[in-house]
Write a protein that binds this ligand. Structure first.
Ligand code: SF4
Ligand code: FES
Length: 232
């Protein structure tokens, strides 16, 4: 099928403002948006810049705004969008070039919630055991691939980049509700600060954007509840 593709382009070394590149390309309906972007880069304009690695929805490096919604380019098919496709960088992070944004502010928020096991108790002889029920408690949030689709779909984050954002809260949830971890109070105190969970207005854009179908808004709600119940 013939596809009309609009891609937001920006080269800070040459352009004062972003501009729309328009491309007419031949695509198979079963191709992914990532394939279509490769067609542009390999056969139309080699200067098009984008990030991707695994091409199978695992690495989280190709989150983009596709027809107005945050998606992984490797997980959306042409036939699901039709013959007019618009691709932009995710919003709220500085654009480095074309579809590549500076992820450092995003990862700074991630690091801020202490995304690792905290437990100073002497390690047992073998592993720290956990029941299936205890493991189930945070199973959903272990699926996060740090693609940033949720955080950069969030109007609260667009309005204030200091807001820690849904992805960091999801990652905090993964440890707060892990029975082996002892850092919950520390993380909840961080998330109880002005740019923590209370900036969330329960808009649900994050849940809609998540390519791993994580119940992001629910996870944020559970963290809010843990603070309210005084686990902080
Ligand atoms: Fe991506 Fe979902 Fe993790 Fe957010 S919660 S960073 S959308 S995988
Ligand atoms: Fe790895 Fe899409 S390229 S998730």
């Amino acid at each position: 099928m013939q596809v009309h593709l609009r891609i937001k382009r920006f080269n800070p070394e040459k352009d004062k403002e972003p501009w729309w590149g328009e491309y007419e390309i031949e695509a198979d309906p079963a191709e992914r948006i990532l394939d279509v972007l490769h067609t542009v880069k390999w056969y139309h304009d080699g200067t098009l810049t984008l990030r991707r690695s695994c091409a199978h929805g695992i690495c989280g490096s190709d989150a983009m705004r596709i027809n107005g919604r945050n998606r992984l380019a490797c997980k959306v098919l042409v036939r699901d969008l039709g013959d007019h496709i618009q691709v932009e960088p995710i919003l709220g992070l500085p654009v480095i070039k074309d579809l590549v944004v500076d992820m450092e502010p995003f990862f700074a928020h991630y690091r801020a919630i202490l995304p690792y096991l905290i437990n100073d108790e002497p390690p047992p002889e073998r592993e720290r055991l956990q029941s299936p029920e205890e493991r189930e408690r945070y199973d959903d949030t272990t699926k996060c691939i740090l693609c940033a689709a949720c955080t950069t779909a969030c109007p609260s984050f667009w309005a204030r980049g200091q807001y820690v954002g849904p992805a960091a809260i999801v990652q905090a949830h993964r440890f707060i509700f892990d029975s082996r971890d002892r850092g919950a109070a520390q993380r909840l105190a961080i998330l109880n600060e002005a740019d923590g969970v209370w900036r969330c207005r329960t808009i649900y854009n994050c849940t809609d954007a998540c390519p791993r179908d994580i119940k992001v808004t629910q996870a944020i709600g559970e963290v809010k509840k843990a603070i309210m119940l005084g686990r902080v």
